[in-house]
Design a protein around this ligand. Sequence first.
Ligand code: ATP
Ligand code: MG
Ligand code: FE
Length: 344
Amino acid sequence: PLVLGIETSCDETGIGIVRGTELLANVISSSMDEHARYGGVVPEVAARAHLEALVPALEAALAEANVTLEELDAIAVTSGPGLSGALMVGVGAAKALAVSLDKPLYAVNHLVGHVGADALDADPLDYPTIALLVSGGHTSLLLVRDLVSDVELLGETIDDAAGEAFDKVARLLGLPYPGGPQIDRVAEGGNPKAIRFPRGLSHAKDMDEHRYDFSFSGLKTAVARWVEQKRDANEEVPMADVAASFRESVADILLTKALAACADYGVPRLLLGGGVVANARVRQLATQRCDEAGIELRIPPLSLCTDNGAMIAALGAQLISAGHAPSAPGFGADSTLPVTSIQA
Ligand code: ATP
Ligand code: MG
Ligand code: FE
């Protein structure tokens, strides 16, 4: 089926078009720059930016795919989780299009959408698979037994998201927002073993109760304390070593949890998604540990890892192919939609 996907859960306005598992267009417009001076995504600013970006992005995607609105078989939209005001813009636009064009509408889960991105690969992963989704808004570990019918949340962050931790630590080091790419760059020149920062919830005792959960706020505080002590002593802060050691801790935590899930469930596949997947050390450590453990690792291209409309269109197409009915028209934006609700 020819499906249009609309994504507005955070700061990316994403419009994607797929034909089944074939990617035809993936237009992304981000309001990231507008949030930079606030040091994080401002919900009202994001919502207004979606209003402005949506129609131009839609027109660009239709042109890129060389299709018309009339030719579409269906429309898919992210209905949650995410920022309420931002989600509402996409949901409103999708409903307006669906009613005016008389097309079926599928309201889908943003997190499952990240997993659905892999359907666009020439050689998609088999199921079951473990999925690790790491971005500015979420850090979730999923057991996906079937993309359209069986997704289980194994664990998630109990405080900050991994990307949020990168952004906060960057800020305390005086680096601009978004901090992830900045820390990644500075870390390249540092020694990851220079400072042993804590690995939240990864110690033996935590691996019982919080086996698949994440915590990054203690790590952030540890970095802040360490830097503060140096500054108080009038010593120079070794930026590269701090960045490398912090990045090492995050990568270690993420992969320790993900590989524990693969081992526990006997699932030899791991799919990564979310903006933090751009991190060089996360990619490297994932490759190394999956190699050692005989786990097939999938890292989609970055344009399909960060928030985008193509993954939403892909999930919509998979739902249609599996025979799912369109969503009832009464659905709305749900900022806390659980991952088990694949379709709203
Ligand atoms: P959501 O959580 O709803 O998916 P988001 O906009 O926060 O939305 P993304 O756009 O996928 O998520 O990712 C942005 C996050 O990824 C930011 O926190 C950013 O710092 C982080 N990030 C980007 N590049 C890197 C990198 N190279 N290393 C670490 N973190 C990175
Ligand atoms: Mg974003
Ligand atoms: Fe996302």
